[in-house]
Design a binder for this molecule. Structure first.
Ligand code: SF4
Length: 296
């Protein structure tokens, strides 16, 4: 009989749970209309449930006058925040504290005269927000992109929270020797790196992997890539309705992981659906070290 194992680190992180609590509390108090500036998190199921609670999405800080405007977990530029405070009666700041840390790092490097590189996905809301805190900074999407850059004598790096440390190390390697100083502000979020490590470890041991999370979610897409590198039968889904029984034909061990914007209830729903499709039983993830035969 097949087994299902959920990665020991998976699903909603501190920043997402904090943002959801803030917005749900505000909606429950019902003091007027509530809008989020862009989707609160990259999870269509959660955004739809917030809409059911009366929380709508604004595409611009001043799209609505009055009411409460929520700044999303990915953060905003100083200009967007100023426009929000001007337009709304009140602003609820749900920016993840780890993203705020990246903003502060970008400001420090700019103030101290570094050529600032933001290592992340161009156009991603978090990267756009960080750029707003470092005027003149350059986005570097891939380590090899740095080969083409004309470097000044002092180069500073701020990292999108969802990047992997291996890719950051590769970027630094490509800069060393071409400038006098490379200063790294390691703003990678530990929740992200822990989920990536657990996903890679699980994907290497199972026959099929299911990765749950929004297709617009940068950290979920990176998890799916990491799993696909270790397990050819990796499938990225947003909801249980996308599961295909053919994915599990002849499979012994099924692994499940989820991005940092996926609440536990959504993971439980997908696991239940896989059980119904395959008759699989759930097994617990081994304690750290147990899989290697290490002694407690
Ligand atoms: S993944 Fe990290 S940076 Fe992003 S919201 Fe969660 S805790 Fe914050």
């Amino acid at each position: 009989m097949p087994t299902i194992e959920v990665a020991r680190e998976a699903g909603a992180c501190y920043g997402v749970n904090r943002a959801l609590d803030l917005v749900r509390d505000a909606a429950a108090q019902a003091k007027g209309p509530i809008h989020t500036l862009g989707p609160l998190i990259h999870n269509p199921t959660v955004v739809a449930s917030l809409a059911d609670a009366g929380v709508t999405v604004a595409s611009e800080p001043d799209e609505y006058r009055g009411g409460t405007l929520v700044l999303r977990t990915h953060g905003v530029t100083p200009d967007e925040e100023a426009r929000a405070r001007d337009a709304a009666d009140s602003v609820l700041d749900a920016t993840c504290p780890f993203v705020v840390r990246a903003h502060r790092a970008a400001e420090t490097l700019t103030r101290e005269g570094y050529q600032v590189l933001v290592f992340g996905e161009a156009g991603h809301p978090e990267v756009m927000g960080t750029l707003g805190h470092a005027p003149g900074a350059t986005v570097v999407e891939r380590p090899e992109d740095a080969d083409e850059l004309k470097l000044r004598r002092k180069v500073g790096i701020v990292v999108q929270t969802t990047q992997s440390r291996a890719r950051l190390a590769e970027l630094v390697r490509r800069l060393l020797g071409r400038t006098d100083e490379v200063r790294v502000m390691d703003t990678i979020c530990e929740a992200t790196s822990a989920r990536q490590a657990a996903a890679a470890e699980l994907a290497a041991r199972v026959d099929a992997m299911v990765v749950i999370g929004g297709r617009m979610s940068a950290n979920t897409r990176r998890l799916a890539q990491i799993c696909a590198d270790a397990c050819a039968r990796t499938h990225h889904i947003e909801t249980a309705a996308e599961l295909d029984p053919a994915w599990f034909a002849g499979v012994g061990a099924i692994g499940v992981t989820a991005g940092a914007s996926t609440p536990q209830a959504q993971i439980d729903g997908v696991v239940d659906a896989i059980r119904r499709l395959t008759g699989a039983t759930c097994v617990d993830a081994p304690a750290p070290g147990e899989k290697d035969g290490a002694q407690p």
